[in-house]
Design a protein around this ligand. Structure first.
Ligand code: ZN
Length: 266
């Protein structure tokens, strides 16, 4: 079984403030190790379920957070960003049997995590597809669907896990924490890792194929940018239109075009 794991940091147990995920801040080391440990736990859970190949995409910020020495073999790690529209699932293809998303978080506009955002906390107020606000989970689960790979497992904050349960109940989730205002109530890091490890094993030994997220036939993408000047500028992207002072809209029946647009609109 070939497994692809995409890892973010804002859904890891405990992390509460932006600077804790920023390389230049003294607290970053603690949360980089926490991120590595949760990813390692997911890899161990996958191996226990029979995974023979595990590709890990570091998908936070610089994409140079995970400590490769501390991941179990036979993990292969993708660091940095290629610039491919698949973004957080870069290099995912038909050869994989399942995806795992670890450390994912609530979408922009949702609350439930002081670090809720979609793609860019600095630039984006909300991303909607077909009138529904979407998270990074949804954007990348549909990318995975383009190559026919189910998202078998998602961990992160409780608000995200509730979104996943609503749109694809066959995807197993594990909530590490919940947020209230600027605060975060978190599981003990060891408990979070144990939960991730065992839930990943259960997910990969269950009905993985049921966890595919069907793609709509048509997409109306709307990105609300925090800067009205940016919305004006980005509205000149081919096929895009300005839909309001802060809003850019693009309609297509090809989801790859949505991913390509997100790369340039944000
Ligand atoms: Zn993120």
């Amino acid at each position: 079984m070939r497994v692809y794991l995409s890892a973010d940091i804002e859904g890891m147990a405990g992390i509460t403030a932006w600077e804790e995920g920023r390389k230049s801040h003294p607290d970053y080391g603690e949360f980089r190790r926490r991120m590595t440990a949760e990813v390692a736990a997911a890899c161990e859970g996958a191996s226990a379920a029979g995974a023979t190949a595990i590709t890990v995409k570091d998908a936070h910020g610089t994409a140079r957070n995970l400590l490769a020495e501390e991941l179990p073999r036979p993990t292969r790690l993708i660091r940095g960003w290629s610039g491919h529209p698949f973004g957080m699932v870069q290099e995912l293809d038909e050869s994989y049997d399942a995806c795992l998303f670890v450390g994912y978080h609530a979408r922009a506009g949702a609350g439930g995590n002081p670090l809720a955002h979609t793609m860019s906390s600095m630039k984006v107020a909300e991303v909607r597809i077909n009138d529904e606000p979407v998270s990074e989970y949804r954007i990348h689960a549909w990318a995975a669907e383009l190559v026919g790979v189910p998202v078998a497992f998602v961990s992160g904050d409780r608000t995200l896990c509730e979104e996943v349960a609503r749109v694809q109940p066959a995807t197993r989730t594990f909530a590490t924490k919940w947020g209230e205002g600027a605060s975060q109530h978190s599981l003990h890091p060891v408990e979070a890792r144990e939960g991730i490890r065992t839930t990943v094993t259960e997910a990969l030994t269950g009905d993985v194929a049921a966890a595919r997220l069907p793609l709509p036939n048509r997409f109306v993408l709307e990105v609300d940018l925090k800067s009205h000047a940016a919305a004006y500028h980005k509205s000149f992207y081919p096929g895009a239109k300005q839909a309001g002072p802060h809003s850019v809209r693009l309609e297509t029946d090809d989801y790859f075009e949505v991913l390509r647009a997100l790369l340039f609109l944000i």
